[in-house]
Design a binder for this molecule. Sequence first.
Ligand code: SDX
Length: 430
Amino acid sequence: MDNNPVLKLGEKEVTFPVMTGSEGEKAVDARKFRQESGYIFYDQGYGNTGSCESSITFLDGDKGILRYRGYPIEQLANYSDYVETAYLIIYGELPNAKQRYEFGCRLRENAAIGTQMQRIFYSFPESAPPMVMLASIVSSLASYYPHLATNNFEKDLENFDLAAAVAISKIRTIVAIIYRYRNGFPFIHPKELPYADNFLYMMFSEQYETFQPIPEVIRALNLLLLLHADHEQNCSTSTVRMVASSGANLFTSITAGACALSGPLHGGANVAVMQMLQTIHAEGDDGTRFIEAAKVGSKSTRLMGFGHAIYRNFDPRAKIIGKACDEMLTRLGKSDPLLDIAKNLEQTALNDDYFVSRRLYPNVDFYSGIIMRALGFPTDMFTVMFAVGRCPGWIANWREVASNTKGRIYRPRQVYIGPTKRDYISLDQR
Ligand code: SDX
C-alpha cells in the first residue's frame, strides 16, 4: 500500500486502503480507522461519506449523469416504462418477455386492497396529510402479509418476488384510495389493466364516461414514475437501508423511507414548488421579485426545485420532465401559466450569479408538479406520487441490505458537545 493515503495523528500514522468503484470513483476505506487511531471522522449529513457499496444507481453530479443499473436515464425515459424500469432496478437486468409478463401478472394479482384493510383509511380525518396516511397504511402491509414480513432475512428473501410485487402494486392502490377518501369519493376496485392505466382508473375513472386512458397521459405518468424510481443514497433511500440494517422487513423499511421523503427539502419539494409558482402567479409577478427574495439564503425563501445535494450541474431528470411538460400540454391542447413562470424563473436564475456561483440548477421537483397538475393530481398528492415512483429503488436497496451476509447494523458515531460529568443535585438544592 505504498501510495495509499496516510494520516499522521501525533506520533501515530494510519495508512488507509483505497476502494475504487466501477466508474472509477475513489474511496478511502475508513472501516478500521477508529480502532487504529481512537479518532472518528465528523461528516455532518454524510455528504462526504459512503455508507455502502451498491450496484443499483450511478450518479455523477458534476456531469449530470444518472444511470439505473448502467442504463442512461435518457434512454430509459425514451424507450422504457415504469414497470419495466422497476424490474430493472430491482432485479438488475431488463426483463425478457416471459419475465416482463410474469412481473406484470404479479402486480395485477396484488392490486386490490381487501375490505378489512380498507377500514384503516376511515380511521383518518379526511383532512389527514396524504403522506401520513401513506406511511401508516404501507406499514400495515406487514400485518396483512406476515409471511412476507417475518423480520428474518432468509425467510423474507425466499418470498421476495411476491413481497416486492405487493409493495409496488399496493402503494399505487393505497395512493388512489387516499385521494378518493380525502375527496369523499367512493373507492374504485382495480381492473385487469396495465399499472399506470389502473392507477388513473382507480383515481379518476368516473371522470371518463367509459374509461379510455389517453395515450399521452399514460405515457407522461409512466415517465414521471420512471424518473423517480431510484436516485442512489438520497435521504429516503438511506433511511430504508438504515432501518433494513436492523433486520426489519421490506414493508417496515419502505415505510421509513416514505417518512423521510415527506420532508419539504426532499420529496415535499414538489409541493413547495407548486405553491411557490401559484403564489407568484397570484401576485401577478413573473418570478423576478421572487428570485431576489430567494437570494437572501434563508431556507424559508429558497427557490424550491432548485439546487441539489449531488448535482452541481443540471439534474438530467429536470431536463426530461421540462421537455415532457411542453409536449404533453401541446398534445392535450392545454396551456399552464405556471409553466411559463417556471421557465422564466429557470432562465432568470441560470443567468444570475447567485445561482450560477453556487451551481444551483433545476432539480427533478422543479417541473414535476406541472405534469402532475396536468394529469389531474391535486398538489397535496404530489409527494405520495413521488413515493409510488421511488418504491422500486427502496425495494432494491432493501434487497441489497438483506442479501449482504457480511452486512452490519447502521450505527454512526457522534462528537459529544454536551455537559461533562456532574453530580446529582437534590430538588431542595436547585
Ligand atoms: C430531492 O438526494 C437526492 O437525490 C434527492 C432527490 C431524489 O431523487 O431523491 O433528488 C429529490 O430531494 C431534490 C431536492 C428537492 N429540494 C428542493 O428543491 C428544496 C430547495 N433546495 C434546497 O433546499 C437545497 O438545494 C438542497 C437541500 C436540495 C441541497 O442543499 P445543499 O446541497 O445542502 O446546499 P446547502 O443547503 O448547503 O446550500 C448551499 C448554498 C447556500 O448558500 P450559502 O450559505 O453558500 O450562501 O446554496 C444556497 C444556500 O442558501 N441554496 C439555495 C438553494 N439551495 C441552496 N438558495 C436559494 N434557493 C435554493 N433552492
